[in-house]
Design a protein around this ligand. Structure first.
Ligand code: SF4
Length: 429
């Protein structure tokens, strides 16, 4: 007997099929080195050695606000002018710096060699350097490389490149291992603990995180891995996991009551958890989050918001602000659009929202001026000039450095947007 399967319905709601405004002009965004600022806190036994210039060192020091008395877990091996001129053997110098560092810091378990614009310009092959040095330092120290250069990466892509570089080192699952959940993306420990507790209460006991808190304690991966992305900027890492057989669980990202519920629900469905049990476990947190949002809703409802591309958090945050707080997104810019990972977010944005990818900063600023949004989310370099023109702004970087995921952070996340509008209202009065 021939049976016909129902024709799949392509979601045609919200901005699922909206045209994307693609711009490839001048952009104003940090490079991927910035990710070291939060990654070094997440993996205390790892060290990040940027192979770069004094500019790279200054970026890290000012972004991280390094305390001069602290022994930091990152540094820059400065490529001097004679290296750039090809007068010195940069490989020899790098080996010398690494040997000195590892002799002085025996607690380092993983050393990341992080590429930059200058190391790319002189074509210093850091993957070969990592292999060469691994021969000398394994098994005590694992040596990994990735690029955080401004030529190849923007801002949060540094975390993506870092996590993707770890995937080949993840052990393979054994043939008899059951289904396991992997949460992918660096989260503050306290937020990660909250989400892990919820996942376990739902009934999923085999759960691990990437990055792991011990950099050498990498979880196994294979066809029994089901993974949830905790961060929306991990396209390369997701691809590397899929290449190892892991299966991505599509979901909205865990921002706000609805996003967090949807994210947890994707895992519950994949693990065959009883629906009533799932609902009863998430109900208290979901209610807490909804109550926490009420306070900001009065101030944000009906207000317009414009996101300039920065961290790739833009689409999930716009969805959260629209669905849960009644804001109206005018334009949502993102450095890169991963349609598959963003499907649940795009479907919930209101029809008519401009979705843009990449940047041509002057043209985009003209659109900001023309649409006169109540609040504009942008990088540090654009916020001050816009404020001077009378626009209310929110620094995008604050959203990356603040704990904003999960039920218990929903109120604080809303408040991050409500505060600038309240300040504006007070100043106007
Ligand atoms: Fe600047 Fe490139 Fe160094 Fe980033 S990697 S700080 S963009 S020189």
């Amino acid at each position: 007997m021939i049976t016909t399967a129902p024709t799949p319905v392509i979601a045609d709601i919200g901005c699922s099929t909206a045209p994307v405004l693609r711009e490839r002009g001048q952009r104003e965004v940090f490079c991927g080195l910035t990710g070291i600022v939060w990654l070094h806190r997440k993996m205390p036994d790892a060290f990040f050695l940027v192979v770069g210039s004094r500019t790279c060192a200054h970026l890290l020091q000012s972004a991280a606000g390094v305390m001069i008395f602290a022994e930091p877990r990152f540094a820059t091996a400065i490529i001097e002018e004679r290296d750039l001129a090809g007068l010195a053997d940069a490989n020899e110098e790098l080996d010398r710096v690494v040997r000195r560092l590892l002799a002085r810091r025996p607690e380092i378990r993983t050393l990341f060699l992080v590429g930059s614009c200058p190391s790319e310009v002189i074509k210093l092959d850091l993957s070969r350097a990592a292999q060469r040095l691994a021969g000398a330092f394994l098994p005590d120290v694992r040596i990994v490389n990735y690029s955080g250069s401004g030529i190849e990466t923007t801002f949060t892509q540094g975390e993506d490149a870092c996590l993707a570089s770890l995937v080949p080192f993840m052990p393979a699952q054994t043939a008899d291992s059951g289904q396991e959940l992997l949460i992918v993306g660096a989260l503050p420990d306290i937020v990660e603990d909250q989400l892990l507790r919820l996942v376990r209460d739902i009934g999923i006991t085999r759960v691990a995180c990437l990055p792991a808190r011990e950099s050498r304690d990498l979880p196994a991966v294979g066809p029994n891995t089901r993974f949830l992305l905790a961060q929306p900027f991990l396209g390369e890492t997701a691809q590397a996991l899929e290449d190892r057989g892991a299966v991505h669980l599509p979901a909205a990202f865990p921002f706000g009551a609805e996003g967090t519920t949807d994210w947890l629900h994707a895992a519950a469905k994949a693990f065959g958890i009883d629906e009533m049990h799932f609902r009863s476990v998430v109900a208290p947190g979901r209610e807490r989050a909804k109550r926490a949002l009420e306070h900001s809703r009065a101030r944000l409802e009906g207000k317009t918001i414009f996101f300039l591309p920065d961290s790739q958090l833009e689409l999930p945050l716009a969805r959260f602000l629209h669905v849960e707080l009644g804001m109206i997104p005018v334009e949502v810019g993102t450095p890169y659009l991963h349609r598959q990972h963003m499907a649940a977010e795009l479907a919930q944005l209101p029809v008519g929202t401009v979705i843009s990818e990449g940047q041509d900063v002057d043209k985009q600023l003209d659109r900001v001026r023309a649409s006169k949004p109540d609040i504009t989310v942008c990088g540090l370099g654009l916020a001050n000039p816009l404020e001077a023109e009378g626009f209310t702004t929110k620094w995008a970087i604050e959203l990356v450095f603040s704990p904003i995921h999960g039920f218990d952070q929903a109120g604080d996340l809303a408040e991050l947007f409500a505060r600038p509008i309240r300040r504006r209202d007070v100043l106007r009065v």
